[in-house]
Each structure stands twice: as C-alpha cells, then as structure tokens.
Design a protein. Structure first.
Length: 321
C-alpha cells in the first residue's frame, strides 16, 4: 500500500510540476525557426505570429531564418531542439512531401514533432515572366511542347513549389528544366529579371508582383479560385483536367514538448488567426485561415505523407533531392 501511495504521489508531483512549468511559460525569449530565407510566405506568416504572440504571452518571439537543403536544414534543426517550447518551427506541407523523394532526411515528420496549430490553408500560383510568349496555361503547354527543354522553372527545393511543377509536367506531357533555389525571394527576383521563365509557389509571396504587373499569373493549383485573384483560373479549368494541389502552414514544436505548453500556444495562435487584421492579411495574401487542433494537425500530417507519397509514385515523378 505504501509503495502504491509513493507511486501515486510521484505521479501527482510530476503533473503539478508540468502544470506549473506550463503556467510560467514562457519566461524567456522564444524562437520561431523559418526554414527558408526572409521575405517569403513562410517568413511573412511567422513574423505576423511573432508580433502578436509577444504582447499576448509577455515574452519576445523572434523569427530566425535557417534556410538550406530545401527547408530540411530548418526542419531537422527543430526536430533535434530541446522540447521545452522555446524553439518552434514555422512548418509547411513541404516537410510531408520530402519523404516521398528521400529516405535520408534529418527528421521524421510523424515522429519528431509535436504539432501545435495550423495557421492557413494555401495554394500555389503559377506565374511567368511578363514577356514570355504564353498568355494562359494552354498557350504555355503549346509553347513548351513546341520547344522541349527550352523553358525552365525555379523552385525552393523539394516541396509544393517543385511538386506543383512536376505534376504539371506529368499531366501535360511537357519538358521544362528545373532550377533549384533556397527560397521564394531569390527565385522571384530571378524570374522578374528574366533569368528563369516560370515559378509556382505560394500566392502570399507572388501576389504583390502580379498586382504590380511585374509577373503574369496563369493559374492556381487548388480546385477553387483564390479570393484575392478571382480572375485567375485554376490550372485544372485552364486546360489540365485533374490537376489539384493544396498546402498548409503551421507551428510545430519538438516531440516531447509538454502538452500544457502545446495547448497554451495553440490557444494563443487560434486567437491571433481570428483577429480581424490577421484574417484580412491572410486572405489578402491569397490563403484561407485554418486552425487545426494538435490532434487534427497530426492527422493531417499522416494523411499528407501518404497522399504525397502516392502522388509522386502514381505520377512517376523523379527528381534529385
């Protein structure tokens, strides 16, 4: 009986200690790791969250960019960080796509993270340099077929930007050369400078250049048009039946982070995403607000790993990591 009492007491003390830790969290600066260069969609969303979390939770939330290896450098960094809530990841669907192309990643998307909350549901936007002789998707496909291997497209590495283009190549039967970049910002700069011909990434990063006339939008990757660009058709309706690819952005912590801390962060993020000014920024950027619970977020991770793995296999997409 005494032994059972001691075990119960120890368990209770553990719960109380965990709760106390969560109640005092955060008591120092928190880093949000962005696995891409500054200026891209992931970075923009992380900074919006950081600016709101700082006054809400009473400690500074800073954004730290750790680009490299198609985002895998940053993903792997957070996967190995202390599970204390002070190193967070601004994750993207790219982390569930990479396993379809490589068995040698510095992280496991289903084992190494504690999902906190998704922030938005997003889709990509196919854009071209303004002087490209293709005014829509059908003309692009016709031009590519007439000039195999002549066109090139940029991507921020293995993830939705690359998969968006590889899926287009597979379904349309066209040959376009891949040029890898470390993130949206350098790729878009080269696209506007005429160094590459096409790019397909998050609407958030591209819509300002489209509205300024610096890039031409041809289609969005989801099965519905973007509220921010209602005149731009989906790629499916623009001439590639069956084309569809959507994405998400969200906050994750290292696996093992106390549930109380995860829940505290989730509740704060849910309140931030519901703020009218934040909702407006998300919609204006071409995305939709979407806050999933930690459990639902984990379900999404599992579903996406399976979905993208099957997609890559079915479309026979083969690229270098």
């Amino acid at each position: 009986m005494r032994r059972l009492f001691l075990i119960a007491a120890a368990l209770l003390m553990g719960v109380l200690a965990s709760t106390a830790h969560a109640q005092s969290y955060p008591n120092k600066m928190v880093r949000i790791i962005v696995p891409y260069p500054a200026g891209g969609a992931t970075d923009i969303l992380a900074r919006i969250l950081g600016e709101k979390l700082t006054p809400m939770l009473g400690q500074t939330f800073i954004v730290e960019n750790r680009p490299g290896a198609s985002g895998n450098l940053g993903f792997g960094y957070v996967a190995k960080a202390d599970p204390d809530g002070y190193t967070l990841l601004m994750g993207t669907a790219n982390m569930t796509i990479a396993p379809a192309f490589s068995d040698n990643l510095p992280y496991n998307p289903l084992k190494d993270f504690a999902p906190v909350a998704t922030v938005v549901s997003s889709q990509n936007l196919l854009v071209v340099r303004p002087d490209l002789p293709a005014k829509d998707v059908k003309e692009l496909i016709a031009y590519a077929k007439a000039n195999p291997g002549k066109l090139n497209f940029g991507s921020s590495g293995i993830g939705t930007p690359l998969l968006s283009m590889e899926l287009l190549k597979s379904l349309a039967g066209i040959d376009i050369v891949h040029v890898p970049y470390k993130g949206d910002t350098p790729a878009l700069q080269d696209l506007m400078a005429g160094q590459i011909d096409l790019y397909c990434s998050t609407i958030t990063a591209e819509v300002p250049y489209v509205r300024a006339g610096k890039l031409r939008a041809l289609g969005v990757t989801s099965n519905k048009r973007a509220a921010s660009l209602p005149d731009v058709p989906t790629i499916a309706e623009a001439g590639v039946p069956g084309y569809e690819l959507a994405s998400w952005y969200g906050i994750l912590a290292p696996a093992g982070t106390p549930k109380e801390i995860v829940d505290k962060l989730h509740d704060a993020i849910a309140k931030i995403v519901a703020m009218p000014d934040v909702t407006a920024k998300i919609i204006e950027g071409g995305s939709d607000p979407m806050v999933l619970t930690p459990a639902a977020f984990m379900d999404r991770l599992r579903a996406d790993v399976a979905k993208f793995g099957n997609l890559v296999k079915k479309a026979d997409i083969k690229v270098d990591p």
